[in-house]
Design a protein around this ligand. Structure first.
Ligand SMILES: *Cc1c(COP(=O)(O)O)cnc(C)c1O
Length: 391
């Protein structure tokens, strides 16, 4: 077993070697610009981009022409929310989202609010679920967009996307979902789930960093959004700029691998995750699992270890890479807004750890992590008790 053990796959994933194999030739001899229409170099690049577009579309049940390539999910979300707000601003000014969304959604909503839009941020239950009835009640005649994530990046809870989508469709309100953590992990179908826009990112599914996509419905109930980056008219005018051909081709490969391997892989990951949680629960008194116990991503485990500061725990076991409740979703460490939204107090948030398993996680790594986390937790608790006696 190679140390350190990587169990932070919600932050990013290792690029699959089969993805790298597709990318490297496109940086050496296949370096053409996919917009060059007059020669072989451009044609090859364009063919690679179009192949990738079909793979990414297929992963979410979309048509290739409904996929816009971006620099990642953050950009996709910005394009979806700001692009729609700009296109529909004259029809209404109200947006509905939820408290447990990624900062990429919440911060964009905050900016739109400063620009005069009104944002309803729905609360979630103790397991992180948004109630579709709350979405229904929040929608008014001024609502121009509902944005609810498919699966949460900290606690793994999977939202009732299909029900929410059906409500939005019935009310004629466009529905965007941030599927960055769900894509390639659980089956997605934009038609069956009544999704109008969907954001995803290559680096969360064993592809490269800096590449993502936005699905924008263009078949039935086609949706108009305004571009946020102008110049050159690439991507049907929705996102100008020379395409990241190697990155996009890698994304396409990652999407087709996920499509074929998802079912088997998810079952394996679910078993490893259960082994992790059972091992930790047996070794650490009072450990609690956060999030929903069944409606959750197979590779996620988020736990609270009462009386053990998660950052101290991580310092005590540097050869296991996980993340803590203080730094799960943003560049600036602050107590997780997701854990707070499901009702955890400040102390509990700071005693929480997130594990993200992945395609390359081995059983012996899980057993090693269980041992290291339990030892460190017991040691920290003992240390605290000794301190209390000393005082
Ligand atoms: C990682 C992540 C993002 C941001 O994706 P980038 O491609 O890194 O910009 C957005 N939403 C969720 C749920 C994520 O996990």
């Amino acid at each position: 077993m190679k140390l350190p053990v990587y169990l932070d796959n919600h932050a990013t994933t290792r690029v699959d070697p089969r993805v790298i194999e597709v990318m490297v030739p496109l940086m050496s001899e296949g370096y053409g610009n996919s917009a060059s229409r007059q020669h072989e170099f451009g044609w090859r690049a364009e063919a690679e981009v179009e192949r990738a577009r079909a793979s990414v579309a297929s992963l979410v049940g979309a048509q290739p022409e409904e996929i816009v390539f971006t620099s990642g999910a953050t950009e996709s979300i910005n394009l979806a929310l700001k692009g729609l707000a700009e296109a529909r601003g004259s029809r209404g000014n109200h947006i509905v989202t939820a408290a447990t969304e990624h900062k990429a959604v919440l911060d964009v909503c905050a900016r739109l609010e400063r620009m005069g839009f009104r944002v309803t941020t729905l609360s979630v239950d103790g397991e992180g679920l948004v109630d579709p009835e709350d979405v229904k009640k929040a929608i008014t005649s001024a609502t121009i967009l509902v944005s609810i994530m498919t699966a949460n990046n900290e606690i793994g809870t999977i939202a009732p996307v299909e029900e929410i989508g059906a409500i939005c469709r019935a009310k004629g309100v466009p529905f965007h979902t941030d599927a960055t953590q769900a894509a390639g992990k659980i089956p997605l179908d934009v038609d069956a789930m009544h999704i109008d826009m969907l954001s995803l990112s290559a680096h969360k599914m064993y592809g490269p960093k800096g590449v993502g996509a936005l699905y924008v419905r263009s078949s039935a109930n086609s949706l108009k959004i305004e571009p946020q980056i102008d110049g050159g008219g690439h991507e049907r005018g929705l996102r100008s700029g020379t395409l990241n051909v190697p990155g996009i081709a890698g994304f396409g490969k990652a999407a087709s691998l996920a499509a074929t391997e998802m079912r088997f892989e998810s079952r394996q990951l679910g078993m490893l995750r259960d082994r992790l949680v059972e091992g930790l629960s047996a070794a650490v008194d009072g450990l609690r699992v956060n999030g929903h116990l069944t409606r959750r991503l197979p590779h996620n485990a988020n736990v609270t270890i009462p009386g053990v500061n998660a950052d101290a725990l991580m310092m005590a076991m540097k050869d296991v890479a996980v993340s803590s409740g203080s730094a799960c979703s943003s560049a600036t460490p602050e107590p997780s807004h997701v854990l707070q939204a499901i009702g955890l107090g400040r102390e509990e948030v700071l005693s929480s750890l997130r594990f993200g398993l992945g395609r390359f996680t081995a059983e012996e790594e899980i057993d090693y992590a269980v041992r290291r986390v339990s030892e460190a937790a017991v040691a920290i608790r003992q240390g605290r008790r000794q301190m209390q006696f000393a005082h």
